[in-house]
Design a protein around this ligand. Structure first.
Ligand SMILES: Cc1cc2nc3c(=O)[nH]c(=O)nc-3n(C[C@H](O)[C@H](O)[C@H](O)COP(=O)(O)OP(=O)(O)OC[C@H]3O[C@@H](n4cnc5c(N)ncnc54)[C@H](O)[C@@H]3O)c2cc1C
Ligand code: SF4
Length: 333
């Protein structure tokens, strides 16, 4: 592991000043992803600026039902927050489906959003990888791609985004609050934080050097919405999603779907908002045929590779199963 310096920032201005001085600096959250990548030689920052103790560790629930979640809130604390469990249950479910209790105790909201792909070639510096070394090639396309993406990929990269939490946030229309090194603040929908790979897979987000995530804002959930996060993986724990679905639906008196939000994980380089399926379902009666047709329409754009083609059917079935389950539960309620 390359030698590096460490500094703990007391406030955002101090973090920004350190970042401005050192173009080779990187923010450190809980370190559960970044430090692993440093050990592997994939990341080699000269300075780690520890932002995990900045005063962004509160979860504020507002009277209108919205919430502001600080970027240094630990994943475990967020999953256990009573207001989150009550108003945004799919977010708590997504967090609890990820990593392990120990990791969630350390990992932060900001770090979770910016964790890197688990593509095995990306993590192995002895192999080429367009994301790590632009122009070096993508061995995953002809190699180990079973776990990788089928939607939003390019001929240059087929990596999938690993975060469960981010999929839930995208389904909930969450917005990230950002602070740049000059102190300016702005907001970006979480969905738009991430770039698709195109021919520049090394450019993963819209963040500039030193942009700090300070909070995530959740708008009030639609009235009467039923929500669920469901993850399919190879093992019960310590496994990233093969496919996951985060869904929130509201059902009208006549049984038609009113508000519908669906996001997919494990299938794309970023949390994938299933807008085509949503469009087809809004105002429709959620019978089996309609659900399946909507899910198929969403997956029609998939460009699977030989060993991950199963994800197309799996994602289709999972969308159908999750929404059917939510609708049935509402019938019972
Ligand atoms: C064994 C194992 C299993 C796992 N399983 C899962 C799983 O099933 N599902 C899942 O979703 N995740 C899983 N994870 C990943 C885990 O969720 C992430 O490692 C964790 O969320 C990262 O958070 P962190 O605070 O430790 O980030 P760090 O490692 O500290 O940082 C990650 C990145 O975020 C940047 N960063 C951190 N904070 C900020 C900020 N406020 N503003 C701007 N940039 C920032 C850092 O510079 C770095 O680039 C697993 C990890 C391990 C080790
Ligand atoms: S899929 Fe992306 S991350 Fe994986 S080897 Fe190809 S370029 Fe690298």
């Amino acid at each position: 592991m390359k030698e590096f310096a460490y500094a703990r920032a007391g406030d955002a201005a101090e973090a920004a000043a350190l970042m401005t001085e050192r173009p080779d600096a990187t923010y450190l959250g809980g370190g559960t992803n970044l430090v692993d990548l440093m050990k592997l030689g994939v990341a080699d920052p000269g300075l780690l600026i520890d932002v995990s103790r900045l005063p962004y560790d509160r979860i504020e629930h507002r009277a209108d039902g919205s919430a502001l979640i600080g970027a240094t809130v630990r994943n475990g604390d967020l999953a256990g927050d009573p207001g989150v469990r009550e108003r945004f249950p799919l977010l708590a479910q997504a967090l609890l489906a990820g990593a392990s209790g120990q990791l969630r105790t350390v990992a932060t909201v900001g770090g979770n959003l910016l964790q890197r792909t688990r593509c095995v070639y990306f993590q192995d510096v002895s192999k080429p990888c367009n994301k790590r070394e632009p122009g070096s090639g993508c061995p995953a396309i002809g190699g180990a791609h079973r776990d990788l993406a089928v939607l939003g990929t390019s001929d240059h990269c087929v990596a999938s985004h690993p975060s469960d939490m981010a999929v839930a946030l995208v389904a909930l229309d969450a917005v990230a609050h950002l602070r740049s090194v000059d102190g300016a603040t702005r907001t970006v929908p979480v969905e738009e934080l991430y770039r698709l790979p195109g021919d520049t897979p090394h450019r993963e987000t819209v963040l500039g050097h030193g942009d700090l995530i300070t909070a995530i804002e959740l708008p009030p959930p639609p009235g009467g919405a039923a929500m669920r996060y469901r993850k399919v993986r190879d093992r019960w724990s310590y496994a990233f999603a093969l496919v996951s679905v985060a869904a929130s639906v509201s059902v009208a008196e006549d049984g038609t779907l009113t508000d519908v939000a669906v996001a997919l994980g494990g299938v794309a380089p970023r949390p994938w908002r299933a807008r085509i399926a949503e469009e087809r379902l809004r105002g429709a009666l959620p019978d089996e045929d309609t659900l399946r047709e909507a899910a198929r329409a969403e997956l029609a754009r998939a460009r699977p590779l030989p060993d991950n083609a199963f994800k197309v059917d799996l994602a289709t079935d999972l969308i159908v199963a999750v929404i059917r389950d939510l609708v049935v539960r509402k019938d019972r309620a």
